[in-house]
Design a binder for this molecule. Sequence first.
Ligand code: NAD
Length: 316
Amino acid sequence: MAQESKKIAIVGAGSVGATIAYACLIRGVSPRIALYDTNRPIVEAQTLDLVHGLQFVPAAAVEGSDDIAVCARADVVVITAGASQKPGQTRMELAEVNTAICKRLLPELLRVAPEATILVVTNPVDVLTHVTLKVSGLPARRVLGSGTVLDSSRFRYLIARRCNVAVPNVHAVIAGEHGDSEIPLWSSATIANIPLHEWAVMGHGKLTVRDRTDIFQNVKSSADQIIAGKGATNYAIGLATTRILEALLNDENRVMPVSALLHEYRGISDVCISVPRIVNCAGAGMALPTPMNDAEVAGLRNSADKVREALKPLGF
Ligand code: NAD
């Protein structure tokens, strides 16, 4: 019997879910994409809009439904269902309502797609990744969150702009919670193998403490700035999630700061936050021993504590 081609199921066909589907289509990530949403008019409209572009992208099929059976036998399920941040709201304020959605959804999802790896995007993503892991009972590597992949790409963009180099030449990571307690790993940041702290910007010299503070504050306030202007963030998270999906489906062994369960990592256990990991078809692999100075390790532990604090009132 011919092997079935890979399938991605996206739960939640709002701005983020639909943009992930759109980016996956353009990049030819998977020949089968399913969209599931409890809001039938939304899922039908998004699906129609996507299939009308099939002529212009690598061959693929898109199905959408308010019946969860559309997710059947998916290789990867991406969860974007739930409330999103309103202007002035923090990600953590979404925890209760999105945890309830996730708890209701998971048994049904696992019934139709028992072999799937689950990629969580819904916020607060670290909390929801932990909830998904515990409620599903899946092996730890099969549940991961988009974590700080997006924050790290914002970070790399801002460093690249300040240092006047192309984004792909910057290697720098934001670790910890995707949220207020996240930490920039300045000590390991490089541009074309040159440590960032040695990089001199033409006409300016090395980055000052003020430069770094501005860059990091800008990373942290990016989502608020975008939400204030257009109500939601969707393009960069769409592309970031698509990149994680490529690593999962193509077994790429790509190093990315995804959120997944940490076990005895620099004194941190039993919480999902982001550190660089190898991502491949088995899911979120080993957490890498990325160099960190003492302040960064302390920041990472503090970030883990913040996520744990948010999990407690939810019963986890
Ligand atoms: P949205 O409101 O546009 O879409 C959410 C969709 O989920 C809606 O269409 C809704 O009908 C659907 N939904 C709700 N309950 C459902 C259920 N039980 N089953 C299936 N579908 C259900 O919101 P959005 O802007 O697409 O954001 C979605 C989530 O992604 C939010 O939590 C947001 O904060 C998060 N987000 C995460 C990141 C990240 O970096 N992790 C970035 C951007 C947005």
